[in-house]
Write a protein that binds this ligand. Structure first.
Ligand code: IZC
Ligand code: ZN
Length: 344
């Protein structure tokens, strides 16, 4: 089996620390939001990321990229959002830049300063929104990110707040992404359609209206079933979306809280099993549609003259077999830009 290099179009690659403690809090009944509201979750990763030096972040993320490469991943998207202050957000985005040069996987950079409300801004969230809006031109000027993303969710950033930040980003020339309807349906997908974001992420709780909004737009629905699996939550209604003509990408969402795994092949297997996606739908979602969701469809995502020679050779006769034999790595060889970068 030879496929285009796989694309992981939604990751929170660069971060300090890990959150294995949360796994056992969840086993005792705490939810993702309970942990965040108590100052853990994203906020605990913010603390660890602020503390880490740039060199430490490079080393940790480089180790993850090595793992991703073995699974056949040749392009990823990587978000900031564990700083929530200008200095640390810049530190994370600079790590993306360094890593893009130092190892084979191409990295597309996203600014996600609006990932959580820091505890000191609780009760006066508007000040934090203003702070994020002030960061945007600085990130743009330094060419540190191509996309701007936001965690639009009940109890995080409201529809109005998300609209305010994303509109400002759009004015400055950022392309847009939105974490929408991950936990509750608050109209995130509808906002994605309205603002014509490049992609809309998660969508586990998307409404009928939200599906219609995506259907009538070019927004890629970036589905992250590893997160549903890991948080033991519902899966996004992907069959319904496909039937309506919505274009689907699949990604790991690799992050220390809701999906601590770099294994995109496992995500493909979960998608085949729990989202009832066909083998062709799955492979499209991690190649050409992944490319579309990071605006790289003219460079990668298919085997075509004029595109980069990014290829994966699998130790398998069929795509079906890769999806069926789960939890292992099927890669035999990875070729990035015409060069062999991994072989086993
Ligand atoms: O660190 O929990 N959903 N952001 C939005 C995440 C998950 C990452 C995290
Ligand atoms: Zn995410």
């Amino acid at each position: 089996m030879v496929t285009p290099g796989l694309i992981d179009s939604h990751t929170h690659l660069v971060h300090g620390g890990s959150r294995e403690n949360e796994m056992f809090l969840k086993a005792k009944g705490a939810t993702y939001m309970d942990i965040l509201n108590a100052g853990g979750g994203i906020l605990s990763t913010v603390k660890a990321t602020k503390k880490a030096t740039k060199e430490e972040l490079v080393e940790k993320a480089k180790d993850s990229l090595k793992k991703m490469l073995t699974f056949g991943v040749t392009t990823i998207e990587s978000k900031s959002g564990y700083g929530l202050d200008l200095e640390t957000e810049i530190k994370q985005l600079e790590v993306n830049k360094i890593l893009d040069k130092e190892q084979p996987i191409d990295i597309v950079s996203t600014f996600m300063g609006a990932h959580a409300i820091p505890q000191e801004y609780r009760g006066h969230e508007e000040e934090f929104i203003k702070k994020i809006i002030k960061m945007l031109p600085i990130i743009k000027e330094r060419n540190l990110a191509e996309f701007c993303d936001i965690f639009c969710e009940h109890g995080i950033f409201s529809i109005e707040q998300s609209k305010e930040i994303l509109k400002e980003a759009k004015k400055l020339g950022f392309k847009l992404k939105i974490h929408a309807d991950e936990i509750e349906s608050i109209g995130g997908a509808e906002l994605a359609g309205e603002l014509e974001t490049t992609s809309s992420e998660h969508l586990m709780a998307i409404s009928e209206k939200g599906i219609l909004a995506l259907k009538n737009s070019k927004v890629i629905a970036n589905i992250l079933p590893g997160t549903s699996f890991y948080l033991k939550k519902e899966y996004a209604p992907v069959r319904k979306m496909i039937e309506q003509g919505v274009q689907i990408a699949l990604s790991t969402d690799y992050n220390p809280g809701s999906c601590p795994s770099e294994n995109l092949q496992l995500i493909m297997q979960i998608a085949a099993l729990y989202l009832n996606m066909s083998p062709i739908e799955v492979i499209k979602a991690v190649t050409i549609n992944g490319a579309k969701s990071i605006n790289r469809e003219s460079e990668v995502g298919s085997i075509e003259i004029g595109k980069k020679a990014d290829l994966v050779i699998f130790n398998s006769k069929s795509l079906e077999y890769i999806l069926y034999h789960f939890g292992i790595n099927h890669t035999k060889m990875v070729i990035k830009n015409g060069k062999i970068v991994y072989e086993i």
